[in-house]
Design a protein around this ligand. Structure first.
Ligand SMILES: *Cc1c(COP(=O)(O)O)cnc(C)c1O
Length: 388
């Protein structure tokens, strides 16, 4: 195959397109991670991260993928045999549950249909039954990247409070941070888990934990084995601008630049831009006559849209056609929804025309793959975007 001209369209829901400014920042010389320039960089980045997590508490940065940050959240707060509550929103919730079980945590995994978010009423009912307070934590995924469903975390918080239960609240925001409104402090979250390669517009390789006072108190009692993931070394060295082991120096340059970009646009404008792209994408899906995987409009994700292909049409064949013909990557169906769903990532560094180009690639792909559509989704999305 001849290499195509122009840019590859990376429209998967993470990793996302890395802005040129961030790539340039990352290409700087690697410096001494125990020297004075590095200390300044760390302090600046940690301060900027607090604004994105909307917290006054500490945010810790691990050289890791999001999965590492999941593990850090669990091993620092829990002990072997502890019970926790999780909710089956989709593939990422399922993987996190499997991890917890490997770590010798007892998970009550509330079943879900992969088309809805966390049901706060079920959380409240389970906690209300637990009068002995055996459940130590509720761990949920904010934006379920396999389904395009965003759970209402403030309602989950309310459910825990209404049950009058002391469980910690642990939330995965790997695909929502920096694209969908999220408030660590206001929603009383104890550990927020994040990653670099989605809304934060960086390459993969940084994992985050925002840690409340209650989470720190839990860490002093927690007995799961931990070494690399131990918060303590981070909490000791971060205030001076350092890390207990070698951090991802160049990714932190990129993070500084990405945080600056988010500040320049303003977080509220960033969220509004994602809401608008999601609205335009849903307008396209509706006009094509295809079905969304998400069923509750209160839970539509603004960072990605998962779409069902009609009976008898393979979603991965559609993705293959689009990659080969138009050099665009779309998200595959994961786990239980593999083969009959595909995902359009519309998060991170993109604008109106990137989105229209993306939807045009999908529309042409549908035609080439022989998947019937009723109208032009691209026209519907253009109308949506030009209206405001
Ligand atoms: C991407 C993602 C993960 C996994 O992160 P990795 O960086 O691949 O380890 C976990 N949870 C959610 C919601 C994600 O979107």
């Amino acid at each position: 195959m001849t290499p195509p001209a122009g840019r590859h369209f990376l429209q998967i829901p993470g990793p996302t397109n890395v802005p040129d400014r961030v790539l340039r920042a990352i290409s700087g010389p690697t410096i001494d991670h125990r020297g004075p320039d590095f200390s300044k960089l760390t302090l600046e980045v940690l301060d900027g991260l607090k604004q994105v997590f909307k917290t006054q508490s500490d945010v810790l940065v691990f050289p890791a993928s999001g999965t590492g940050a999941w593990e850090a959240a669990l091993v620092n707060t829990l002990s072997p045999g502890d019970r926790i509550l999780m909710f089956e929103t989709g593939q990422f919730a399922t993987l996190w549950c499997a991890m917890a079980r490997k770590l010798d945590i007892e998970v009550d995994f509330i079943p879900g249909d992969w088309r809805h978010g966390v049901d706060p009423a079920q959380i409240e009912a389970r906690l209300a039954e637990d009068s002995g307070h055996e459940i130590k934590a509720v761990a949920v995924v904010h934006n379920e990247t396999s389904t395009g469903v965003a759970s209402r975390i403030s309602d989950v918080r309310r459910a825990i409070d209404d049950a009058n239960h002391p469980a910690l609240l642990i939330v995965d925001t790997i695909s929502s941070l920096g694209s969908i409104d999220y408030r660590h402090d206001e929603w009383g979250v104890d550990v927020t888990v994040g990653g670099s390669q989605k809304g934060l517009m960086l390459p993969p390789g940084l994992g985050f934990n925002a840690v409340s006072e209650r989470a720190r108190a839990a860490a002093s009692e927690a007995r799961l084995p931990r070494s690399y993931w131990d918060w303590e070394g981070m909490l000791e060295t971060n205030p001076q601008g350092f890390f207990p082991y070698t951090p991802s120096t160049n990714l932190l340059y990129g993070l500084r630049e990405a945080l600056q970009m988010l500040r320049e646009e303003g977080l509220d404008a960033v969220f509004a831009r994602h809401d608008r792209f999601a609205g335009a994408t849903r307008a396209a899906v509706g006009e094509w006559g295809l079905e969304l995987l998400a069923q509750d409009e209160r839970e539509y994700s603004s960072s990605l849209t998962a779409i069902i292909t009609p009976e008898g049409h393979d979603a991965d064949y559609l993705r293959k056609v689009i990659l080969e013909r138009f050099d665009m990557s779309l998200g595959t169906g994961l786990g239980k929804v593999k083969g009959w769903t595909f995902r359009i990532g519309h998060l991170g560094d993109l604008n109106d025309l990137t989105l229209i180009g993306t939807l045009a690639g999908v529309e042409m792909g549908l035609d080439i793959a022989g998947i019937p559509r009723s109208g032009s989704g691209v026209a519907a999305a253009m109308k949506f975007l030009s209206a405001g």
